[in-house]
Design a protein. Structure first.
Length: 720
C-alpha cells in the first residue's frame, strides 16, 4: 500500500497494529505526526468509517496539519474525521447536550483574562479585603483545582486549613455560580463538564461511544487527570485506542499534566502493546548526543535509544556572556553570521527562553541590529484590549446573559455610565434575581441612577436589542462591520492623538478581515461558530511561519516545532533550571525534560548562552551556569568566545546606544503607599523608598510574594 511505502520498519509496524490498546513512544523528531496521520489513513483504507475515528490533539495547529496530511493520503473523506483539540471536541459535545446541565447551547467560553476579571468582581461582591488575595493568584488556584478535579465540595472537605482557605472556597463557589448565571464556562470546565454529563447521563456517553470505533490521542504525556478520565470514559472493549507521546517531553506538570498517565499506560489498558520510534530525522548526531546525555540523568522514564542517520554536524556552541545585554548582542551577531553561512531565511532561526521577561533585552538588540522578529506567547491577537472589546460585543449578541462581557462594553466607547451607577444596577439585578441586560431595560426603575445616565443606558440597550435582532438576518461579517461602524470605533482610533491608537485601529481592521475570511471559508457561519473558534486559539496557532522573521518564544511554546538554528538562552542556575531549591526530584526532572525539548528543536545548529550576571526582579543576580550544560557529553560541545564588542569604554558606549542610558526603562516617581504591579511578583504596596531617582531602592510588600527590595531603575513597575 502507498500509505506504508514511505515509513521505516518501526513506523510501519506501529501503523499496521490494530489488535488492541497501543502506546507509541515517539522520540523527538521521530516522525510522530507522520505515524499518526498514516495510521488514520490506514484505518480508513481498511474499512473504518472516517466519522467513527476520534483524534484528539493539544493545539489547533497540530489538528489542522494532520487533517491536511490525511487529505493528501485518502482524499475528501478525511474531513469526516472527528478531529481537534480536547477542548474544541468536548465543547462541541457540550453544546449538543447543554440543556442537560442547565446551560443554553450559546454559552460563552471565558479565557484566562475573562476568568481573572470575574474573580475580581466576585472578590468585590463578597467584600473580601483587596490586600488578602490577588485575582490572578486566585484564578490560577481555581484552575489548578479544576485541573486536578477538585470541586468546591472536595476543597471544603479536604483542603481547608486556614481562614484564607475558607475565603478562597467562598470565592471558588461564588465564581462557579456566576459562571452558571452568565451561561458561561471557563477553559477548564470544557473538560470537567463533559465528565459530569457522562456520569449523570450514561445513555449520552453510550451514544457517543456507539459512534466511535477508534480513538487516537496525540501528546499523551501532556494529559491531565480530567483528560485521562475522558479517554477512559470514551473507550470500551470494542473501541480501539492508540496514544502517542514521549515521556521525555512531559513539561506541563504546572498546569496539571500527569506523567504517570503515559508511564502507567500498560496498567491502565490491559493487553496494551508498546511501540518505540527511536530514529530521529530532525537533528544532527552532535545535537542528539548532547540532548540524550542530559536526559539520561532522569531516573523516572521509559528507556529508549534515540539515534539518527544524519551527519555528525557542528558541535553545540556554548557562549559565556557578561550580562543579558551582552547575551542579546552575541545572539544578534551570530544570527547574521548563520544567515550568511548557511544561506538561511530569518524564519529558520528561533530564540528560546525559560521566562517571558527575558525577551526585552533580546528585542532591543534585534531592533538595533535591524533584524525582524516575531514573539509567540506575548499578548496574543485575540487577547488585545481593542480586539477583546469587539469580541465582547459579539458575545453579548450571541449570549445576552453574559454579564462579564456586558460590563466590559458598558463604557466602550465612552457613554458616561460611571462605576457607581453600574454598581447600583448590579445591586438591582441581584435583588430581583434578573439578568443585567434585563436591568438595563428597566433602568428607569433604578431610582438611585441619575436621569441623564438612565437615558444613556436605555440608548445602549436599544442598540444591543437592534443587533441581537439582526444577528440571524445578516452575515457575521455584515453584522460586525455594521456594529463597528455604528459604534464609531475606527473613527475614534483614527482621530485620536494617542500614538498607540493607530495600532488599535489596525488591529480592529485585522479582526474584521479575520471575520471576513472565516465567513468565506465557512458558509453560513454564525456568531457562535466564530466565537467557539477564537476562544480556543492559542499563541502557537497564530504563529506566522511564512514571514521572514526570527521567532522568539518560551521553551514551552516551542514544543512540537523545529528550526535549522536554535538559541537556548539564560542557562543559569535559578533561571534554567528555574528554582534554586527543588521540592522533589520530580521538579528537577521536569526542568531537565524542558531543556531536552529546547535542544531537540534544533536541526543543524544549537547555541546555548548564559550570563555571568543578570538583572532579575530589579536586582543584579550572579548565578552559576546551568547544571544542564555540565551534564552534556563534553565531546559534543565547544566553548565559544564572545565576539564583537570588547570590554571597557567601547562596550559601555555600544550598550548605551543600544539600550539608552538607564537600560531603556521609563523613568517614574514612586511614593510610599502607592500600589504597583510587577511582572513576576504581581501587585503590592510601596512601604519605603531609600534614595532618589533611578538608583533608589524601593521596599514593596507584594500580596503573593512577601516583601522585596528593588532598584527603581530596573524594577519596571506599573503604578496602579
Amino acid at each position: 500500500m502507498k500509505i506504508l511505502k514511505s515509513l521505516n520498519a518501526a513506523q510501519q509496524e506501529a501503523v499496521e497494529y490494530t489488535k488492541g490498546p497501543q502506546l507509541i513512544i515517539a522520540g523527538a523528531g521521530s516522525g510522530k505526526t507522520k505515524v499518526l496521520t498514516h495510521k488514520i489513513a490506514y484505518l480508513i483504507e481498511n474499512g473504518y468509517e472516517p466519522s467513527s475515528i476520534l483524534a484528539l490533539t493539544f493545539t489547533n495547529k497540530a489538528a489542522n496539519e494532520m487533517k491536511d496530511r490525511i487529505k493528501k493520503l485518502v482524499g475528501k473523506q478525511a474531513s469526516e474525521i472527528l478531529m481537534g483539540t480536547f477542548h474544541s471536541v468536548f465543547a462541541r459535545i457540550l453544546r449538543e447536550n447543554s440543556e442537560k446541565l442547565g446551560y443554553k447551547a450559546n454559552f460563552s467560553i471565558y479565557d484566562r483574562d475573562d476568568s481573572v476579571q470575574l474573580v475580581s468582581h466576585v472578590i468585590e461582591e463578597l467584600n473580601i479585603p483587596g490586600d488578602m488575595f490577588s485575582p490572578n493568584s486566585v484564578q490560577h488556584r481555581i484552575s489548578n483545582m479544576k485541573n486536578h478535579m477538585v470541586t468546591v465540595e472536595d476543597f471544603r472537605q479536604n483542603f481547608m486549613d486556614t481562614v484564607a482557605d475558607e475565603k478562597f472556597a467562598d470565592i471558588y463557589e461564588h465564581y462557579d455560580k456566576r459562571l452558571f448565571e452568565n451561561n458561561a464556562m471557563d477553559f477548564d470546565d470544557l473538560l470537567l463538564k463533559p465528565l459530569e454529563l457522562f456520569e449523570r447521563y450514561p445513555k449520552v456517553a453510550s451514544r457517543y461511544r456507539g459512534r466511535t470505533r477508534y480513538i487516537l490521542v496525540d501528546e499523551y504525556q501532556d494529559t491531565n487527570r480530567a483528560q485521562y478520565n475522558l479517554i477512559k470514559m470514551m473507550t470500551s472493549s470494542r473501541i480501539k485506542v492508540t496514544v502517542v507521546g514521549d515521556d521525555a517531553q512531559s513539561i506541563y506538570a504546572w498546569r496539571g499534566a500527569d506523567i504517570s498517565n503515559i508511564l502507567d499506560f500498560e496498567k491502565d489498558f490491559p493487553n496494551a502493546k508498546i511501540f518505540k520510534l527511536e530514529q530521529n530525522y530532525r537533528s544532527t548526531q552532535n545535537i542528539l548526543r548532547a540532548a540524550n546525555s542530559v536526559i539520561a540523568n532522569n531516573k523516572n522514564q521509559i528507556q529508549k535509544n534515540l539515534w539518527t542517520e544524519r551527519e555528525e554536524g557542528d558541535k553545540v556552541s556554548v557562549i559565556r556572556c557578561s550580562d543579558e545585554k551582552d547575551e542579546a548582542y552575541q545572539i544578534s551577531k551570530r544570527i547574521k553570521q548563520e544567515v550568511q553561512k548557511r544561506k538561511l531565511s530569518l524564519s529558520d532561526i528561533a530564540i528560546l527562553y525559560r521566562t517571558n521577561s527575558q525577551s526585552r533585552a533580546l528585542e532591543d538588540a534585534l531592533r538595533r541590529e535591524k533584524i525582524p522578529y516575531q514573539i509567540i506567547g506575548g499578548v496574543e491577537f485575540y487577547r488585545r484590549k481593542e480586539v477583546k472589546d469587539i469580541i465582547a460585543y459579539l458575545r453579548v449578541l450571541a449570549n445576552p446573559e453574559d454579564e462579564e462581557s456586558l460590563l466590559r462594553i458598558m463604557n466602550f466607547p465612552q457613554r458616561g455610565i460611571g462605576n457607581t451607577s453600574i454598581e447600583k444596577m448590579l445591586a438591582f439585578s441581584r435583588r430581583l434575581n434578573i439578568s443585567f441586560l434585563t436591568t438595563m431595560g428597566r433602568i428607569f426603575e433604578v431610582i438611585e441612577v441619575k436621569e441623564r445616565i438612565q437615558k444613556n443606558v436605555k440608548q445602549f440597550k436599544l442598540l444591543l436589542d437592534k443587533y441581537i435582532d439582526l444577528k440571524d438576518k445578516l452575515s457575521l461579517y455584515e453584522l460586525t462591520s455594521a456594529l463597528v461602524d455604528e459604534l464609531g470605533i475606527l473613527q475614534l482610533y483614527k482621530e485620536s492623538k494617542n500614538k498607540d491608537d493607530m495600532n488599535r485601529y489596525y488591529n480592529v481592521q485585522e479582526l474584521l478581515n479575520a471575520i471576513r475570511e472565516f465567513t468565506r471559508a465557512n458558509k453560513g457561519a454564525t456568531i457562535d461558530d466564530f466565537l467557539a473558534e477564537v476562544s480556543l486559539v492559542s499563541g502557537v496557532d497564530q504563529m506566522d511561519d511564512k514571514s521572514n522573521m526570527v521567532t522568539l518564544m518560551t521553551v514551552h511554546s516551542a514544543k512540537g516545532l523545529e528550526f535549522p538554528v536554535v538559541f537556548v538562552t539564560g542557562l543559569e542556575e535559578d533561571l534554567f533550571p528555574i528554582n534554586q531549591r527543588f521540592d522533589s526530584d520530580a521538579d528537577i526532572e521536569e526542568e531537565r525534560r524542558l531543556f531536552y525539548v529546547a535542544c531537540t528543536r534544533a536541526k543543524d545548529k544549537l547555541y546555548l548562552t548564559y550570563a555571568r550576571s543578570r538583572y532579575r526582579f530589579g536586582e543584579v543576580a550572579y548565578q552559576d551556569r546551568s547544571r544542564f550544560i555540565d551534564e552534556m557529553d563534553p565531546e559534543t560541545i565547544v566553548e565559544e568566545r564572545q565576539t564583537g564588542v570588547r570590554s571597557g569604554r567601547k562596550r559601555k558606549a555600544y550598550y548605551d546606544g543600544l539600550y539608552g542610558e538607564g537600560d531603556g526603562q521609563e523613568r517614574r516617581s514612586y511614593r510610599v503607599g502607592s500600589r504597583v504591579r510587577h511582572e513576576i511578583f504581581g501587585e503590592g504596596k510601596i512601604m519605603a523608598i531609600d534614595g532618589s531617582g533611578d538608583t533608589a531602592k524601593i521596599t514593596i510588600n507584594f500580596e503573593d510574594h512577601g516583601t522585596k527590595r528593588l532598584i527603581a531603575k530596573f524594577a519596571n513597575l506599573t503604578i496602579i
